[in-house]
Design a protein around this ligand. Structure first.
Ligand code: ZN
Length: 462
């Protein structure tokens, strides 16, 4: 049996401060012009010292630890991890991992997989060995590393878990989606030493790398040989792992505590305060929704995005839960897709959605009219950045459901009287012509149900 463990690396989303970990430089993205977000600190000019670690990054790291059920360390400490490479101007990286590490979080568990450690570190710069240039924009960006136990039993399980991890972390806007995640993956067949594959860059590559490495190790063991403990690299183009270095060649990083930074005391009250603001996890929400009678698939879709989940929880306080789930999942998402917006950029107020869903629930308007109003809400709030008055719109366009059969009867009589030719046409056998009459009645009573009108007209013309 194969056992797989992960070290997942992601960029912490610096939503508020938008600054690097130890200096005042702006965090960069893929579009940033190289070497524009730099200063003496993140380029390690002689004599420069780091500033105190960015509080937002520390907060986020603790929040990630808490979301993954970790115990939070009472003291945090950065270490210097020494190695020589052109991407590292100091000759060391400041990290909370390593030999004497006090990671932010330890001993957690997420969806059945043990979490060994969660820690914070700075990103090195980006070195391009082909051109020989270094881009320091990335240098000093805050990274989170999540280390799991070797609890996964297949590549498919890893993929599924990673997706759920990303959804969960998106609830607290912890990791930059745009920058994606990287992982070091360790794979071993039971009874053999583990092999680490470094720097795999996407979910699909992680899956392919695990499958390729499992296959390679099986081949080795089937040939009666031993798998040696070593580190490999992933060759994405050829879909295979390649030898990188042996255990004997393992790097000695000469970790020492960072003398330029103080220890950070993590007080119980601070943890409590962060904890109190954390949302429920998606897996908890799915269970809760299913208990409310929401179908599993709907519950999963609602919980897949915290925007949907929060809307559901607000609206379903006053509107039927199943109806709310259905309308959010289908119609709200449809409008977002139509306007090509992420759900958090759909600015339709929750009050408008609540009102609309209530009108549908109480059958004051038909579902068809409801969809039309969703379109109008999307156009008003997303496209035109304007308010929209649902009541006024229904009134002015006479969209209220006409359940008053008396009024429908009268309207049908009028339409029959006004369209003698069509009536004769229908009576002489052209059944389709009745649809024209239905249309005429709907023009007079826009909220009326077409099926109901058809019934009335058929009876009258029989
Ligand atoms: Zn800087």
């Amino acid at each position: 049996m194969v056992k797989v463990g992960l070290e997942v690396h992601g960029y912490i989303l610096m939503e508020q401060s938008k600054k690097k970990l130890f200096c005042e430089c702006q965090v960069s993205n893929e579009d940033s012009v190289p070497n524009t977000n730099i200063c003496p600190i993140c380029t390690a000019q002689p004599g420069s010292k780091p500033m105190l670690p960015n509080k937002e990054a520390v907060d986020k790291a603790v929040e990630i630890g808490l979301m993954l059920g970790c115990k939070i360390s009472p003291i945090l400490m950065f270490q210097r991890k020494h190695y020589n490479y052109p991407d590292l101007p100091n000759g060391y990286q400041k990290t909370m991992s390593g030999s004497y590490s006090m990671p932010v979080g330890i001993k957690g568990s997420f969806l059945g997989i043990g979490i060994q450690q969660v820690h914070l570190e700075e990103d090195p710069a980006r070195y391009d060995p082909v051109t020989g240039t270094v881009d320091y924009n990335r240098s000093g960006m805050p990274l989170i590393e999540i280390v799991t136990d070797p609890d996964f039993k297949s590549a498919a399980e890893v993929e599924n878990w990673l997706k759920k991890l990303m959804t969960t972390l998106s609830y607290i806007k912890a990791i930059s989606k745009e920058a994606g995640v990287k992982a070091d993956v360790n794979v071993n067949i039971e009874g053999h030493p583990r092999v680490e594959i470094k720097n795999v860059n996407s979910f699909s590559s992680i899956v392919r790398a695990i499958n390729a490495e499992e296959k390679r190790q099986k081949k080795v063991t089937e040939a009666g040989e031993k798998v040696s403990q070593h580190t490999r690299a992933w060759d994405d183009a050829n879909g295979e792992t390649q030898f990188m270095r042996s255990k004997e060649q393992a790097m000695d990083y000469m970790f020492i505590p960072e003398p330029d930074l103080p220890f950070i005391d993590i007080k119980e009250s601070y943890i409590k305060q962060l904890k109190s603001k954390l949302p429920e996890r998606p897996d908890e929400k799915i269970k809760k929704y299913e208990k409310l009678g929401i179908e599993k698939l709907d519950a999963e879709v609602l919980a897949s995005d915290i925007i949907l989940a929060e809307l559901f929880e607000k609206i379903s306080k006053t509107v039927d839960k199943v109806l709310t789930a259905k309308w959010l999942r289908r119609e709200f998402v449809r409008i977002a897709n139509y306007h090509n917006k992420d759900l958090d950029l759909v600015t339709i107020p929750v009050e408008s959605l609540t009102k609309l869903f209530k009108l549908i629930e109480t059958k004051k308007i038909t579902e068809k009219v409801g969809q039309k109003i969703m379109n109008e809400l999307g156009d008003a709030y997303i496209k035109n950045n304007k308010d929209f008055d649902i009541d006024k719109y229904i009134r002015e366009n006479q969209l209220e459901t006409v359940s008053d059969t008396g009024a429908l009867n009268t309207a049908c009589d009028e339409v029959i009287a006004q369209n003698e030719n069509v009536v004769n046409d229908y009576k002489s056998g052209n059944e389709k012509s009745i649809n024209f009459l239905v249309g005429q009645v709907i023009r007079k009573n826009r909220g009326a149900n077409a099926g109901e009108i058809l019934e009335i007209l058929k009876k009258k013309l029989a």
